[in-house]
Design a protein around this ligand. Sequence first.
Ligand code: SF4
Length: 280
Amino acid sequence: MMRSISKILFIETIKEMFITSAISLDKQVLDKIRQGANNETSTLSKSILESILENHEIAKNEGIPLCQDTGIAVVFLEIGNQVFLDFDVEDAVNEAVRLAYEEGYLRKSVVLHPLNRKNTLDNTPAIIHTKIVGGDTLSIHIAPKGAGSENMSRLAMLSPSAGIEGVKKFVLETVLLAGGKPCPPIILGIGIGGNFEKCAILAKEAIFRPIEDEALNPIDNALEKELLELVNGLNVGPMGLGGKTTCLAVKVNSFSCHIASLPVAVNIQCHSARKSHKVL
Ligand code: SF4
């Protein structure tokens, strides 16, 4: 039997997700930042992490955005094949984003054409990914993605002979090149495999995973742990000013690929790791 979800509920849900995610972070992310602050020996690194936590308290209590860059809207939808949506889904997502950025007083950061740079003034269009899955629910993941971290993300089509060492080298190189620009401590979403676009999507999906979870595949799982240690040994530190807390978590998502390919993508998320997940 089909289950109908109204346009009003769909729009209101996504609107609220954007407004609330702009002003507060998941408890698990805050716990990781707190652990980092306790673990730092340098006074400067410790005080930066404490300032991030204090900034969060102020934003949450006063209902103001955590950061001036309230991002481009990224939305992943998993629509059950028994869900009936009697409206244009992309239009409705964009309406939700328009309302959220207006009502939430969030900065409008989208230009209509990348070369004429004219602001659309309502933060649309959103980046929308849609998947049809089994079931009668609609799963919505959203993230307002800031440019500081997105701009430092990279993708490489490695030769298969580069192997796991090539992947690790590319990730470490990416973090070093980024330095303080993505506002560390960062979260790394890493895609390995697929083809050019699939790999980038794997990396993006990885940053939507809960910060505490671990990859199920044993190769990805071991790589997550090893990379976290290696990245935190680079001394990039909070805001790039040195220290042990460069990265809060590494998430690796992999997919099968062509015999002649080894794509790898690194999507960087900043400490202002705003996101939200709801199921209707
Ligand atoms: S990288 Fe993140 S914390 Fe830094 S300015 Fe951009 S959105 Fe804000």
